[in-house]
Design a protein around this ligand. Structure first.
Ligand code: EPU
Length: 518
């Protein structure tokens, strides 16, 4: 059981002996198999029992990147090692020369970055996840140079990297973005198709665009091919500076915090993200010897240190996984408990679920019980409105599964996505189950159905992580069989989702689909 949450303390070097290193890199073959896997759910289901919540994906990705700042070893406990995003991040660190030992059973990872001899991580792995881009901050700070591929991650919006680039420049880095483009290729920037002859030396303009790709005219399919080249402009290292973020981007805040921790002098970052993951990172950095003040507020003051040392830390529970299971209890009108969880990180969702009519009980410090069973909920759950916004607002990552719940609540609900510009892809799939939803721009109007069995099973495709889990939740209450393909997306952020749901009583099976089913 988790005793306290994020809780870094200095690591006594070699204090723990871990089993021999296993290679955490997923072979391409496996990725292809995952793409071909499907989940088959037979509903409607009622759930009961207890679910253990894994360590936070987004904290782990960031803390793993931060190990690049530290001499000696860092020991991370409670890492969600089963996630494909975690595996991609470990491959990125390995590709730089980091030594990684991990104990899958205990969810512990020991990282030693003293042998890092490269500043260009594996491009292939970088393209898989957004979090890989975070390494640009620590690489620049500790080694004075970084050559980093533009990030991948879920296709939920433009997701540019301009704030990272401008912030690093404010800390004395020279940063440019380059593209390799050949005459037989076409470049797509956002929704524009550029002429193959276009000059892409205008890197300033391109810095604002992350979701671009190059289409080759042969059969190799889509590729991203852009690199960010960064080095300290003075040839020595980064220097403290001031930077105001136009939007409180989580990743840009974290990346700049890491960079500033080893910059010469004081850095002030304003309008920063206040997410719990930022506080986790600040704790880790401070326990490594850095001086980061103000985490959790909208302003950070960071006094740079010339060296940071490894430390030991516990990755806090994943608040999005916890929220997803709370929504699973609500949509199935069930009673389940979850732990470990930090209730204050989920207060927005808790408020909304209470408005809907759910009963939420705090059993002890880190356990919540969620009940939507008819004995506790007199009438059908009621719909509510949601507008996503940065923490402490309603988390964008919980918007898709929340929408799934709202399709089964009475009345109409308005769901407004304000963080990402293309995060309503799940709507079309929910409609296939019979959900009544109308979309206008980034807003969806959900017409709730009076009975939970109003949804019926269908063949669906998950196109992104949180959208994919929304389909699983809806499948739990849809009458009949729901088959979901594209579940590799779900494995990026939910450890053993199907097994955890089976333990709660769901009829959910994983299988390899025939090509015609995909
Ligand atoms: N943005 C910019 N410029 C930038 C950076 C961000 O305009 O340089 C914009 C984005 O386009 C977006 C908004 O800022 O519209 C918010 O993006 P943010 O940078 O905060 O998100 P992120 O760091 O890319 C992290 C999580 C996401 C989570 C968001 C918001 C990781 C690895 N990812 O992404 O997690 O949704 O914060 O909380 O930490 C997920 O887990 O499914 C997921 C997408």
């Amino acid at each position: 059981m988790a005793t306290s949450l994020c809780y870094a303390k200095p690591l006594k070097p070699f204090s723990l002996r871990l089993p021999q290193t296993q290679n955490p890199q997923i072979p391409t073959q496996t990725t292809q198999i995952r793409e071909a896997e499907t989940l088959t759910i037979t509903g409607p289901t009622q759930l009961s029992g207890h679910v253990p919540i894994s360590g936070s994906k987004n904290s782990s990705l960031c803390l793993l990147a931060a190990t690049l700042l530290c001499s000696n070893s860092c020991l991370l406990h409670n890492v969600p090692t089963g996630l494909s995003d975690t595996k991609a991040m470990l491959s990125i660190l390995r590709s730089l020369g980091a030594k990684i030992e991990f104990n899958e059973r205990n969810k512990e990872i020991l990282v030693n970055t003293d042998g890092v001899g490269r500043v260009e991580p594996c491009l292939e792995e970088m393209r898989k996840i957004r979090g890989g881009f975070f390494v640009i901050g620590p690489l620049l700070a500790r080694f004075g140079e970084a050559v980093v591929g533009l990030p991948g991650g879920c296709d939920i919006g433009e997701r540019p990297v301009d704030l990272y680039v401008r912030g690093l420049r404010a800390l004395g880095a020279a940063v440019e973005i380059t593209f390799k483009i050949f005459p037989w290729q076409f470049l797509i920037c956002g929704n524009r198709l550029c002429k193959p002859t276009i000059s892409h030396s205008n890197t300033e303009k391109m810095a604002g665009i992350a979701n671009f790709c190059i289409i080759t005219s042969d059969d190799t399919g889509l590729q991203r091919d852009g690199r960010v080249l960064a080095h300290s402009a003075n040839g020595k290292g980064l220097v403290g500076g001031s930077f105001h973020l136009d939007f409180p981007s989580v990743g840009a805040t974290e990346t700049l915090m890491m960079a500033a921790s080893m910059a010469d002098g004081v850095t002030v970052l304003s309008n920063v993200a206040k997410e719990p993951e930022v506080i986790d990172l600040a704790r880790f950095l401070n326990d490594s010897g850095a001086c980061v003040y103000g985490a959790g507020s909208d302003k950070l003051l960071i006094k740079g240190k010339c060296q940071l040392r490894g430390c030991e830390c516990y990755v806090p529970p994943d608040r999005i996984e916890a929220g997803t299971f709370m929504l699973a209890a609500a949509i199935t009108r069930s009673l389940i408990s979850i732990s470990p969880v930090t209730p204050s990180h989920l207060s927005c969702l808790i408020d909304k679920l209470k408005i809907a009519g759910c009963k939420i009980t705090r059993c002890n410090n880190d356990t919540l019980e969620v009940s939507a069973i008819p004995e506790n909920v007199c009438e059908n759950l009621r719909g509510f409105n949601v507008r996503t916004s940065p923490f402490p607002g309603f988390p964008t990552d919980l918007q898709p599964p929340t929408m799934a719940l709202l399709t089964t609540c009475s009345g109409s609900s308005i769901v407004e996505e304000s963080v990402f510009d293309r995060r309503l892809g799940h709507v079309r799939e929910l409609q296939k189950l019979g959900a009544k939803i109308q979309v206008c721009g980034s807003t969806a109007l959900v017409f709730g159905r009076e009975t939970r069995s109003a949804l019926h099973g269908s063949q669906l495709r998950a196109a992104d992580l949180r959208g994919g889990v929304a389909l699983v939740l809806a499948g739990l209450v849809a009458e009949g069989t729901t088959q979901i393909s594209g579940i590799g997306h779900i494995g990026r952020g939910y450890e053993n989702l199907d097994t955890k749901l089976q333990f709660l009583g769901a009829d959910i099976k994983r299988s390899i689909a025939m090509a015609s089913q995909l």
